[in-house]
Write a protein that binds this ligand. Structure first.
Ligand code: AHR
Length: 491
């Protein structure tokens, strides 16, 4: 039996809604086919952006969307992506399949997408192969209100008003695909580029520095020591890869050992945030600087027969658990973690949506985003958990992970993940600091570890009402089926 104590009246920080952010790169079929089909497509669209995807993503209330990369960002030259589409130059997307990029989806199209989704744009600028001047002009183009060469050019291209742009990344993975820099060198480059990323009019930019790769604590140390006064956020990238980079493992053909290892590696996110966070605490005890986990998710071998550079993978109940576990961890660290962006929204890595021609399906990960959205901007509340172990061979991880928050109306939401694919979890939950009268909930579960949705069976894994929670005298007794994600609403 797992024991949980929730102190519903003790707040542990606000869960920034941006924790439910997304990342969409010019990679494989994420932007093209995923969002962008063009105005002349037979697929119903709004100014070139497909309507089925818009509708599905609106339901998730995506707060923020990162673009154009990823590795692509440090090769992207924004001026190629504005003006009449037929005149836009082509380029080679060297990172992702070597395909020709026609630049039909550029700044105006991205800003329109954000407007249609009700999401804030988070743009990543080019440090690796771009100039300071180019970055400075991009910000001027997007945000300057008065008469200026860039603002006038924007008007010529059909947009009078400047856009509101808050989140701007100064390079991506500059320790790797973004220029292979040392942290000392990047810290100086960051300071130089950041100087010219201006606040025009009332627009205030939240500048995000490239942060560490996984457990590169030295990178965090150097960046915090040398550049903290010029940053608002520091990023962190961590992917859950069950195998090795050379042999990552299949998205759908796996055994319980791979299931276990995948969830075990996902739990490592907690240690990464704690350790990078403690370096940040040393330099920034007030937690002014946000930890921005702007790439996370599972990374498997691509689906057989698909372009290896397109990173297209299926998505199963295992991915749903990965999402639920990560969100519970992000909630725990919500004082430091101010934004996260799953990689990537459509057709790439741990996607929430898959498309095939005019067809579209929602993945198990989509449903976790939908179920967990109740936590957006709510107050995380104190939660103590003592879980039974989920033992596999000679290793063990907790069987249950959990988090809880209270929204402005006083409702309490409790998120629970049962990591064990074979055994149910009994939970005794002591609710303190509120007078609970009613409980309801939603569950996502399956009867096979690799259960997933296909274009023929799109509803194979889908949320259902959950009635295995009983409330009596401010105590909840919950029975979580094996491999399940549950969100309870307590009033
Ligand atoms: O998300 C795919 C790639 O992973 C991104 O382009 C890069 O930043 C990371 O290595």
């Amino acid at each position: 039996m797992a024991k949980i104590i929730i102190n519903a009246d003790i707040k542990r920080g606000k869960i920034n809604k941006n924790i439910y952010g997304h990342f969409s790169e010019h990679l494989g079929r994420c932007i093209y086919e995923g969002y962008w089909v063009g105005e002349d497509s037979p697929i119903p669209n709004t100014k070139g952006i497909r309507n089925d995807v818009l509708e599905a993503l609106r339901q998730l209330q995506i707060p923020v969307l990162r673009w154009p990369g990823g590795c692509f960002a440090d090769e992207y030259h924004w001026k190629d992506g504005i003006g009449p589409r037929e005149n836009r130059p082509q380029m080679i997307n060297t990172h992702w399949g070597g395909v020709v990029e026609n630049n039909h989806f550029g700044t105006h199209e991205f800003m329109l997408l954000c407007e249609l989704l009700g999401a804030e744009p988070y743009i990543c600028g080019n440090v690796g192969s771009g100039t300071v001047h180019e970055m400075e002009q991009w910000v001027e183009y997007m945000t300057f209100d008065g008469e200026s060469p860039m603002a006038n050019w924007r008007r010529q291209n059909g947009r009078d008003e400047p856009w509101k742009l808050t989140y701007f990344g100064i390079g991506n993975e500059n320790w790797g695909c973004g220029g292979n820099m040392r942290p000392e060198y990047y810290a100086d480059e960051y300071r130089r580029y950041a100087t010219y990323v201006r606040n025009y009019g009332n627009n205030r930019i939240y500048k995000i520095a490239c942060g560490p790769n996984v457990a590169d604590y030295r990178w965090t140390e150097v960046m915090m020591r040398e550049a903290r006064h010029m940053m608002n956020g520091l990023s962190l990238h961590y992917y859950t890869v069950p195998g090795t980079w050379a042999n990552k493992g299949s998205a759908t053909e796996f055994d319980q050992k791979e299931w276990f290892v995948t969830l075990q590696k996902t739990l490592y996110m907690d240690e990464l945030i704690t350790r990078h966070g403690s370096i940040m605490d040393f330099y920034d005890p007030q937690k002014r600087i946000g930890l921005i986990i702007d790439e996370w998710g599972t990374w498997y071998d691509v689906e057989p027969g698909t372009n290896p550079g397109f990173l297209y993978q299926q998505n199963t109940m295992r991915d749903a658990l990965v999402a639920g576990i990560n969100f519970n961890i992000f909630h725990k660290h919500c004082q430091r973690v101010q934004m996260t962006n799953i990689a990537q929204t459509i057709n790439v890595l741990q996607a929430v949506i898959l498309t095939e021609g005019e067809k579209m399906i929602k993945t198990p990960t989509y449903h976790v985003f939908d179920m967990y959205k109740v936590h957006q901007d709510a107050d995380a509340v104190d939660l103590y958990i003592e879980s039974e172990p989920y033992q596999f061979e000679d290793e063990s991880i907790p069987q249950v992970t959990a988090s809880a928050s209270r929204n402005a109306e006083g409702q309490l939401h409790i998120s629970l993940c049962n990591l064990d694919p074979e055994n149910a979890a009994e939970i005794d939950c002591d609710l303190r600091g509120m007078n609970a009268v009613k409980v309801g909930g939603t569950i996502l579960t399956a009867n096979a570890i690799n259960a997933h949705n296909t274009f023929d069976q799109p509803e194979n894994v889908r949320p259902q009402a959950f009635d295995e929670a009983e409330l009596k005298d401010n105590r909840l007794q919950v029975k979580l089926p094996p491999m399940s994600v549950v969100v309870l609403r307590v009033e």
